[in-house]
Design a protein around this ligand. Structure first.
Ligand SMILES: [Fe+2]
Length: 307
């Protein structure tokens, strides 16, 4: 039987998380930075976006911080269709210089942080299944575009993110100056673990103090229908003013709601913490942070050593 032409065959394949042949092909050929083949999104993909976006509206207004709310408005996202990154960037780029950059999957730590330094945000283009909106271990376009990118419209937040990207270069330089291979790997792993924990407890799961109580700015919370409410309302969650020494020594698990969160006072405060992180890195205070999660994998380590 004759095969349909390749173009047609690909049209309805969809860009569903873990089920997207386009992504599998890109990964198989070693392509990390890709384009967003918009025509591949299926109607089910758009339906997933529509449902995710609609049910968050009320919760964002209630629990989101004001810079996020301003940000999501200024991106002018279509509530019914998966966003085109090109359109998102047209609104985003004039505000802070940031851009969403499509990727095929996991970005090794140094490359990820270096993208931030260049005001590029590695962005997943697949979307979760429309019948499984809640649990997803992998990032998807809803997490990245509706959770992260609205924060990148704010100048103070954007500067903190770029400064965080600088830290990766400092880590790389410090590691390059250590002659002994084992010592280099040990210290660098510790520094990467500290950076990953900092990122987790701020950019992904951060809270902010305000005159109306604690508000959410972390993208993991902003993209979760259940946890955005749980993190503010539940008596089971411990919420503390952020202290760098706690954050860098505190492990985390990704497969359940976070029981421990930290709040900042402002994004200028966040920026000053990133500054402090870099200062501590130079002073050797990140060389032996507490063991535990996250485990720094070989690929992350190599991404720094080969930079
Ligand atoms: Fe994220």
């Amino acid at each position: 039987m004759a095969q349909p032409p390749t173009e047609t065959k690909h049209l309805n394949e969809g860009l569903t998380t873990t089920q997207a042949p386009f992504i599998e092909r890109a990964q198989a050929s070693g392509q990390l930075y890709i384009h967003q083949p918009y025509e591949l999104y299926s109607e089910e993909n758009h339906e997933a976006w529509r449902r995710l976006f609609a049910r968050m509206q009320e919760r964002w207004r209630k629990y989101g911080n004001e810079w996020f709310l301003r940000g999501i408005d200024s991106l002018c996202l279509n509530p019914d269709r998966v966003p085109k990154l090109q359109d998102v960037n047209e609104f985003l780029c004039p505000l802070t210089g940031f851009q969403a950059k499509p990727v095929s999957g996991y970005v090794p730590a140094f490359l990820f942080f270096d993208c931030l330094r260049n005001r590029e945000f590695p962005t997943t283009i697949t979307i979760r299944r429309s019948d499984k909106l809640d649990y997803l271990p992998e990032p998807d376009i809803f997490h990245d575009i509706a959770g992260h990118v609205p924060m990148h419209t704010d100048k103070a937040f954007a500067e903190a993110l770029v400064r965080f990207g600088d830290c990766a270069h400092t880590a790389q330089e410090l590691a390059a100056g250590i002659a002994d291979e084992d010592e280099r790997a040990h210290k660098l792993s510790s520094i990467i673990r500290a950076m990953a924990r900092f990122f987790w407890f701020t950019i992904e799961f951060g809270l902010m103090n305000s005159k109306d109580g604690l508000k959410v700015y972390g993208s993991g919370l902003l993209s979760s229908y259940g946890e955005i409410q749980h993190c503010i309302e539940s008596p089971e969650v411990q919420r503390f003013p952020i202290q760098l020494e706690w954050v860098i020594n505190q492990g985390f698990e990704i497969d359940h709601y976070q029981p421990l969160l930290f709040y900042v006072e402002s994004f200028d405060h966040l920026f000053s913490l990133v500054d402090q992180l870099e200062k501590w890195m130079r002073e050797g205070k990140l060389d032996n942070v507490a063991p535990g999660e996250p485990v720094v994998n070989e690929e992350d380590l190599k991404s720094f050593l080969r930079a």
